[in-house]
Design a binder for this molecule. Structure first.
Ligand code: 2P0
Length: 351
């Protein structure tokens, strides 16, 4: 008799927001970066992807993914296929070792995924998306692999996804191996190490971004004259310095490096040809507000950072909640840019 059992696993994955930005690939097929990066994983109470993976021999047809209620074309997505192939190979290895296990690796997969925030609006949706996809299938297949091993799989889906498999403060080491074996994510500090850290997300626009990251970073690598200095000289120094600041819970240093690296990333975008613009007037108003807050405080108590879109993420410490989050509500209401939907205090997240 045919076994029609449906095997199923669900998971959620958090968004991460980089303080040292990933921008540029040295290998586009494997998603190997030109420089290391470092991020903070945010609480899943506010921003997350929920994914359910199931498989059954009663399913017919190819593997499918429904994202936010719509069927995605994953057959022509090389990145998704790369992730699925590696995970199926891992499962086959497990099945070879124990022949009593069901042959899940031969069954079609059904993936259903939903974000609780705007997709592709520069809020790292691909990071949470691929991290959730890899984790859900790894759970379904009961794979014994560590988060660092799985980070290599998620990286092939979307570079920044490798950082969403861990909590707290996460470094993605660029590595140097051609096959990407040393391009991995690792936790540099847990959330409990610096429990006062907060992030304020200002959704300036929930529209899809103008220049997708993958295309944008290739343009930068190919055309920006400032980029080699950023990738080879500036970022390695900043990686070391910000890791030290995190270990020492030195917020002023953390803040200065975070803001400088965001500006450096947007500078190489502007230095690309044709130029890439992600910031808008509301973004610049947010930067000015942070500068004013820090000037009044006499030291950095807030740090802005912007990804591939105009939305601002402001890092600060809980003790400065009133001086930072309170001021933002007021300033952005005045310029008409306060959405408020995600203008909540967000804690970093433990995996
Ligand atoms: C980051 N970003 O470090 C940087 C900062 C955007 C600006 O990672 O091509 O979606 O899928 O590897 O991961 C966005 O790039 O790019 C990104 P792919 P991804 O978070």
């Amino acid at each position: 008799m045919a076994d029609n059992t449906v095997y199923r696993a669900s998971t959620t994955a958090p968004v991460n927001i980089a303080v040292i930005k990933y921008w540029g690939k040295r290998d586009t097929a494997l998603n190997l970066p030109t420089n290391s990066s470092l991020s903070v994983t945010l609480s899943q109470k506010s921003l997350k992807t929920h994914t359910t993976a199931s498989c059954s021999s009663s399913y017919t047809g190819p593997d499918t993914l429904v994202l936010n209620g719509e069927l995605e074309d994953i057959q022509s997505s090389k990145r998704t296929q790369a992730c699925l192939q590696v995970l199926k190979r891992f499962r086959r290895d497990v099945e070879k070792k124990d022949s009593s296990l069901p042959k899940l690796s031969d069954m079609p997969l059904r993936l259903v995924s939903a974000n609780n925030f705007p997709t592709a609006a520069g809020l790292a949706s691909s990071a949470a998306g691929f991290a959730a996809l890899v984790r859900a299938i790894a759970n379904l297949y009961e794979l014994p692999h560590s988060p660092t091993e799985l980070s290599k799989v998620a990286r092939q889906g979307s570079g920044s996804a490798c950082r969403s498999l861990m909590g707290g403060y996460v470094a993605w080491r660029a590595g140097s191996a051609k096959d990407g074996s040393d391009s991995i994510a690792e936790e540099v500090a847990s959330v409990s190490h610096w429990p006062d850290m907060r992030a304020l997300i200002l959704v300036v626009s929930a529209d899809k971004k103008g220049t997708p990251s993958t295309a944008g970073m290739q343009t930068t690598v190919e055309t920006s004259t400032l980029f080699p200095t950023r990738a080879n000289e500036i970022v390695p120094k900043r990686m070391a310095a910000i890791e030290e600041a995190i270990q020492a819970k030195d917020f002023p240093t953390f803040a200065n490096i975070t803001m400088m690296d965001s500006n450096s990333f947007h500078a190489v975008c502007l230095d690309s040809w044709p130029p890439i613009h992600y910031l808008n007037d509301v973004s610049r108003a947010a930067m000015n507000a942070v500068e004013t807050i820090n000037r009044r405080a006499g030291e950095p108590i807030a740090a802005y950072t912007f990804d591939a879109g105009p939305n601002a993420v402001i890092y600060y410490q809980e003790k400065d909640e009133t001086s930072v989050a309170g001021v933002f509500r007021y300033v952005l209401q005045a310029v008409g840019g306060w959405d408020g939907e995600y203008g909540a205090q967000i804690r970093p997240n433990e995996r």
